[in-house]
Every structure is written in C-alpha cells, then in structure tokens.
Ligand binder design. Structure first.
Ligand SMILES: Cc1cc2nc3c(=O)[nH]c(=O)nc-3n(C[C@H](O)[C@H](O)[C@H](O)COP(=O)(O)O)c2cc1C
Length: 386
C-alpha cells in the first residue's frame, strides 16, 4: 500500500513535518495578563499527542492594544518569551512541530468573548488599562454597528507597529517556535489595510491596491529579517471577505509577498464585516478548499486548506486532487484530539504509531491480539455521507 499523502512527511525550509495534518490557531481566551496558563499547555499538548504534524498556538498579539479580548496571549515584550516557550516545548516533546500565529486585532480589538454575544467590551473597573487598550486601524471606520470608531493610525506611527511585528517574530523564534504564521485575515489589522472598505487612507498606505498592500508587505519584510532563514513563514488570508477583497486580489497580493520569503498560505475567509458570508457553500464540507486550490495554482505557492474538513478520507482527497499541501483541522480536533491517529487508522495505516508509545503500544496490542470490535470513533468517513 502506498502511504496516504496525508501521512507523507513535508519539508519546508529546514523544518520537517511528520505528516500534513495541522491544528490551526484557536484562541483559548484564558491567558492571564498575556501569559499562558496550564490549560494552554494541555490544549496544544493533546493535539500534538493526537498525532498532528504541526500545531499552532493561537493568535498571539504583537501589541497590548491589538488584543482582541480579555485572555489573549501577548509577545509584545521580552518577558513573555520564557512562559510561552513552554508551549513550544510541550508540542515538540510530543512529536509535532510547534507553530505560532502572530496577530493584531486592529479595529476589532477590545471585544467580548464569542459566547457573550460578539461586540465591543464596555468600560469596567476590571479593565484598568481600558483607555490604553485603544482600537487602532488604517482609518476611523467602525467594524460594525455598535462598535466604536477606531483611531486612524498616523503615518508617523506605522514604523512602530511594523517593528512590533518584527520584535514579536524575534521573540517567537527565541521561544522555540519553528513555524510562524502572520494573521492577515478575518478583518484584523493587516487585512483591514488591504481592504478598500476598511482602509480609506489618502497617503501612501491607502487608495490604490498597491498602496493598500504596502503596510502588510512592509510587515512581512520586517518579520522575515527577524525570523530565521531556515524556518517557514505562513500567512493566513481571507480569500473572500465579501467587501471588496477576494480571490483575485489575494493572488496578486501573494505574488508580491512570496519573494519576501513567504512559504505557504493558510486559506480562510471573512471578517471584514459582521454580515454572514454570502457563499452558498458556507456550511458544507471543505467550503474554503476551492480558494486554496486557486491560490496554489495561480500564485504557485503551497497552500493549507481549512474549514469543515472533518474526515480523513476527505482530507486525503483534497491532497490527492492537488488542491492543497497541508490540511488544517480545527473544531474537529476539539471534538476528537486524537484526530490524526483516528484518520491514520481509517486510511489503512497502523495509526497508533503516531500516538505516544504509552498509549500507542497498548492500542496496537489490543488490535493485534484480535479484538474484533471497532474504536468508539469508528465511522467510515466522508464517503459514507455522499
Ligand atoms: C475556538 C476557536 C478559536 C479560534 N481562534 C483563531 C485564531 O486565534 N486565529 C485564527 O486565525 N483563527 C482562529 N479560529 C479559526 C480556526 O483557525 C479555523 O480557521 C476555523 O475554526 C475553521 O476550521 P474548522 O472548520 O476546521 O474548525 C478559531 C476557531 C475556533 C473554533
């Protein structure tokens, strides 16, 4: 049997992933004053032990004022390096490659938890730095009704923000992360510079498409100067935001970004407005995959597909079709943190060899000794749904 592509190693610069299964960044809303707690280690550890090739730590903010909500992690100062390095260690010790996403929420900063009805946070004595936690953006255009107008960044402030990204990248390297992803999606700061809807600037950073690309490209360049040559750099993009930034714009952006040292694109969508996406396919299996395929083909860059990729056979088909090079599985890993072990078994591999030996040996013994039943997660896969 030939090894399924999903479980074929991939090399990017000097980093080798044991397979193509990626856990994308997922906020835990549990940081304390920007620092990770035990839960963050448990969370990333269970995904690494569950067989993923690459596990990303959540969107970690490059500036305090870029925090999306209470509980965000920070890499805005050197003192954050040592505590977050524990997460990189836990991932690596469990056989996976440690990645981290850097972010800045821009005009969507200072928000409520998703389960408390999304919206801006209200002033409260529990947030002593409420005023310093100021939403900033390319222009003073509020994210949605009920949100405050962000303060438009002065031209003279932009180099400082670019440097914040670069310094956070330097810290991510020092903390032991091997893959870095810049959050250029979901309506946050870098995406909002690209957006003709959110960016109404009249200087060199707004107006024409080339001008709107300037700030994110300068960030990428500054980050690359701090992020080692042998470590891969990913971007997460909103391939369609339903507000003027779509697939063709992204192809042009990636063609400009790639020569700056970008290695792969994580193809997501949405976030510029609070309107639900207009895509007819939005709640269907792999709805964002066609964009990963388009970008891979037209910008000639490795892509990561994400969004309702649920089953191993579904993931394998995306790779076999040449639509993407990596498969990110988010919420389904929350449902089943052993997703990669499970997918390997269902694709006909031993599977238990990607689990830590303390579990894998027992489980493979159980199978070898002729136990005739199936694991509790057993269902045949997407093919059964079609
Ligand atoms: C709890 C949770 C937190 C998330 N946090 C982030 C984040 O920090 N950065 C980001 O780019 N996307 C974030 N996302 C989006 C996921 O990375 C992923 O793109 C999305 O869940 C779709 O993939 P899925 O259908 O496999 O879950 C988050 C999603 C969830 C469910």
């Amino acid at each position: 049997m030939t090894t399924p592509l999903l479980f074929t190693p991939l090399e990017l610069r000097g980093v080798r992933l044991r397979n193509r299964v990626v856990v994308p960044p997922m906020l835990q809303y549990k940081g304390e004053a920007g620092l990770p707690v035990d839960w963050h280690a448990i969370n990333v550890g269970r995904f690494a032990a569950g067989g993923a090739g690459l596990v990303f730590v959540e969107s970690t903010k490059v500036e305090r004022r870029g925090a999306g909500t209470v509980g965000d992690l920070l890499l805005s100062e050197d003192r954050f390096v040592e505590p977050i390095s524990r997460l990189a260690r836990v991932i690596a010790e469990n056989g996976s490659v440690p990645g981290i996403q850097l972010g800045h929420s821009g005009r969507k900063a200072r928000g409520r938890f998703p389960w408390q009805q999304r919206g801006p946070l209200e002033r409260s004595p529990e947030i002593p730095d409420f005023d310093a936690w100021e939403p900033v953006a390319p222009s003073a255009v509020p994210f949605a009704e009920g949100w405050p107008a962000p303060r438009a960044l002065e031209l003279s402030e932009l180099p400082g923000v670019i440097d914040a990204w670069a310094q956070a990248a330097r810290r991510a390297h020092r903390a032991g992360f091997e893959v870095l992803e810049l959050h250029v999606a979901h309506g946050f700061l870098l995406h909002s510079f690209l957006s003709p809807h959110a960016n109404r600037r009249e200087d060199a950073y707004g107006g024409s498409e080339a001008n709107r690309m300037r700030f994110p490209l300068e960030v990428i360049e500054a980050v690359r100067a701090q992020w080692p040559e042998d470590k891969p750099l990913f971007l997460r993009l909103s391939m369609e935001d339903d507000a003027g930034w779509g697939p063709d714009e992204n192809v042009r952006f990636v063609r400009a970004a790639k020569p700056l040292g970008v290695d792969a694109i994580d193809c997501s969508s949405g976030g510029t407005t609070d309107k639900p996406p207009s895509l007819p396919t939005v709640n269907t299996y792999g709805f964002q995959v066609p964009w990963a395929a388009k970008l891979r083909r037209e910008a000639e860059i490795p892509t990561m597909a994400v969004g309702l990729i649920i089953h191993g056979d579904q993931a394998e088909r995306i790779l076999q079709d040449g639509d993407a090079d990596l498969i990110a599985v988010g919420r389904e890993f929350l449902h089943n943190p052993n997703w990669a072990v499970d997918a390997a078994l269902k694709l006909g591999l031993d599977g238990y060899d990607v689990a830590p030996v303390q579990a894998g040996w027992w489980l493979s013994q159980r199978a070898k000794r002729g136990f005739g039943g199936n694991p509790s997660t057993w269902q045949t896969g997407r093919a059964a749904d079609d």
